[in-house]
Design a protein around this ligand. Structure first.
Ligand SMILES: NC(=O)c1ccc[n+]([C@@H]2O[C@H](COP(=O)([O-])OP(=O)(O)OC[C@H]3O[C@@H](n4cnc5c(N)ncnc54)[C@H](OP(=O)(O)O)[C@@H]3O)[C@@H](O)[C@H]2O)c1
Length: 273
């Protein structure tokens, strides 16, 4: 049995679509905190990452677990992701595939990376067979960065000259389905990036708009004006500091290896915006 956490999220749903091309739905368990309809035959088991007992019940009989990183950050994120690992140990799960952040580091500016590192360490010390897919930023979050810049013809964002190797979330999902159903990925870690890294100025050029770097406070004020939660604002500010420090600039061939084809190009993706 293969179980997937965050199964109703974007990455979880897409991974299930690819998995269904390879395994019967009866062999898939979708773990989520609120019930959401899944394709026929897939077992839905309910568990919040905060609830160790529910996670234990959800992982009964599971051999392979896809642990998708939590959306909570800081202490809560670490606690929730550690709970998933604890339940996997208690249920004798044989293999954990974990999706975290590219080149995780305890001193990275982007602070979601710290919990990815903590979770990888918890998995490593569990002794369970693992595969880590360490993701760069998804292409699909570009609209979040761009806002109304396409209509305005001008884009202001505090990204400095940092480069990002944007990667397609659909490609990651396909790679995850491959890793979950093939041998040979045991105790491996893969750095998952697009084939090229771009500055925001490069991206603006491709979109035929102008770009100006601005101080972080523009982002903070803009998000606060939209009444977005403080935790999200702090996360985004740490993300742009990470971008400026080239924490998402790594370009690796691991995704191409897992897909056995070239990953989706960022330039093609931009044409769809
Ligand atoms: N690399 C990137 O650019 C990037 C961008 C965004 C996110 N991420 C990370 O990648 C992960 C997957 O991305 P995604 O696009 O699939 O995110 P998503 O669509 O937001 O999905 C997140 C999933 O996590 C579930 N979840 C959140 N808190 C939970 C809890 N306490 N207990 C159980 N389930 C919980 C959500 O359930 P509900 O539907 O019930 O909330 C949802 O199923 C995210 O969780 C985040 O860690 C990466």
């Amino acid at each position: 049995m293969i179980a997937i956490t965050g199964a109703n999220g974007n990455l979880g749903k897409a991974t299930i679509e690819f998995l269904l091309k390879k395994v019967k739905p009866e062999n898939i368990i979708a773990v989520m905190r609120n019930p959401v309809a899944m394709p026929e035959g897939i077992q839905v088991r309910l568990a919040d990452y905060e609830d160790l007992n529910a996670l234990n019940a959800a992982f009964k009989g599971v051999e392979r677990l896809l642990q998708i990183s939590a959306t909570s950050m800081g202490e809560a994120g670490i606690r929730q992701e550690t709970n998933v690992v604890r339940a996997a140990i208690q249920q004798d799960v044989k293999h954990i595939v974990y999706t975290g952040s590219i080149r995780p580091s305890a001193v990275a500016n982007f602070y979601a990376t710290h919990q990815a590192l903590a979770t990888e360490r918890a998995i490593l010390s569990s002794g369970i067979t693992y595969t880590f897919l360490r993701n760069s930023l998804y292409m699909e979050i570009m609209p979040l960065f761009i806002g109304n810049a396409l209509e305005a013809g001008h884009w202001e964002y505090p990204a400095g000259n940092g480069k990002v190797s944007f990667v397609s979330r659909m490609d990651i999902a396909e790679a995850l389905a491959n890793v979950l159903t093939e041998a040979g990925h045991e105790n491996k870690q893969y750095e998952i990036s697009g084939s090229k890294a771009y500055t925001f100025a490069d991206t603006a050029k491709l979109l035929n708009i102008t770009y100006a770097d601005v101080p972080n406070v523009y982002l903070e004020k803009g998000m606060a004006a939209e009444h977005l939660p403080g935790e999200l604002i702090t996360c985004m500010v740490s993300m742009v500091d990470g971008i400026k420090a080239n924490e998402f600039a790594y370009v690796e061939k691991d995704l191409e290896y897992l897909l056995r084809r070239k990953p989706q190009s960022f330039e093609q993706y931009l044409k769809t915006l």
